[in-house]
Write a new protein. Sequence first.
Length: 451
Amino acid sequence: MLEKLIKKYNIPVPRYTSYPTVPYWGEYNPDVESWKNRLKDSFIKSNNSEGISLYLHLPFCESLCTYCACNKIITRNHHVEERYIDYLIKEWLLYLEIIEEKPIIRQIHLGGGTPSFFSPKNLEILIDRLLEYCEVHAEHEFSFEAHPGNTTREHLESLYKKGFTRVSFGVQDFDIEVQQIINRIQTKEQVIELTEIAREIGYDSINFDLIYGLPKQKLSSIEQTFDIISEIKPDRIAYYSYAHVPWKTKGQRLFSEEDLPSNIFKRELYEYGKKRLLELSYSDIGMDHFSLKDDKLYESQLNKKLHRNFMGYNSSNTILLIGLGVSSISDSLTAYAQNAKTTKEYYESLDNGKLPLIRTYMLDEEDQVLRQAIKDITCKRELNLDEKILHIFPDLLSTDLVDMEREGLIKIENKRLTITDLGMVFLRNIASIFDKKLRDSNTGDKFSKSI
Ligand SMILES: C[S@@+](CC[C@H](N)C(=O)[O-])C[C@H]1O[C@@H](n2cnc3c(N)ncnc32)[C@H](O)[C@@H]1O
Ligand code: SF4
């Protein structure tokens, strides 16, 4: 039965960190004035209460992991650090001019690329310069992505001093054969030591990124990885489905597709990992995320306060996210804006005193209804099929949802849709029912497969 469902639903669908998803934002012709207006409206709404979120993209990495689908720049030249920081601050100052008031910062996430590529000293300088013009929310959550290969005690100490209490280590897989083909060697001892140091310093939420579906992965390699997880018990695990998008990322052409596990075997790797995680008392948050029950992510899921944006699932819901740095995306609830993807373009715009935007998208009323619907599905596991939704999709209850209910993925009672445990496996597919842009356009092949 599960095999049949996997065959049917393993099709390209988005991960829904936004609606509409990025490929539907139209031409590279940013409407900067509308973006500024919508940003300002959201800022006024959010600043007196929950505060705002900042995402900083630090794109540099010392070596290429062949599976990586992120926006990165491979270099061993560390002189790039200071210049990049100067431009991040230039960009931030442009935003401060628009919002005019002192912002209250609730969340900062340093992503990449590899934030730990930067020296501890430079990271301190970056955070000091960033926060010079702000207040920090009493319940702030500052987090960063750390590569075990180049993260030191000093990195962890420096950022902790600046208010960071969450760290995400890119672990992926502990098996040496897998590590060799993905060009990312890091030992179990290295990861255990760093985790212990982070805990000793005071980090209260440690995440490990793992990936299933990597080249050369076997059940025995995954078993070993989960044995190590059971020793360390990080607070959160992102157990990602390997996204194979070789048309977008050249590194993925460096290994043969024959080395990739089949769809069915990939699913087994997921099922195995999930079983181990549930046995270890992790809770399934959705879309590849698991957390221990004393972590805030679980509490947010329980209280139906989970939030999902470009940073993935998180526990605090701010309506304004400003993304700084190359390729970053900002989200003001009613509008999105995407930055230039190369440092050349990014630096040039900022040298001209302009926001480095390459495109924007203003959500209309229909988009806003569907954005909320998809968020309810992915974050709350439920959705009220109210008039607004049925007006957009008049046949919904007699067509698309019928099959899914029969297959046991959802339940519908009194026009209230809930997702079953089996449905959690196909969350992306269920959400895609409400993705009008995808349905109207037939261009799903821009995305990775759902399983
Ligand atoms: C942008 S990376 C930043 C982390 C940091 N640079 C590191 O490598 O440790 C964030 C995470 O994205 C995930 N990731 C990257 N490429 C992926 C792919 N093709 N499929 C699934 N997950 C991927 C990895 O788990 C990685 O840890
Ligand atoms: S996985 Fe991390 S370190 Fe590796 S290339 Fe991607 S961003 Fe860089």
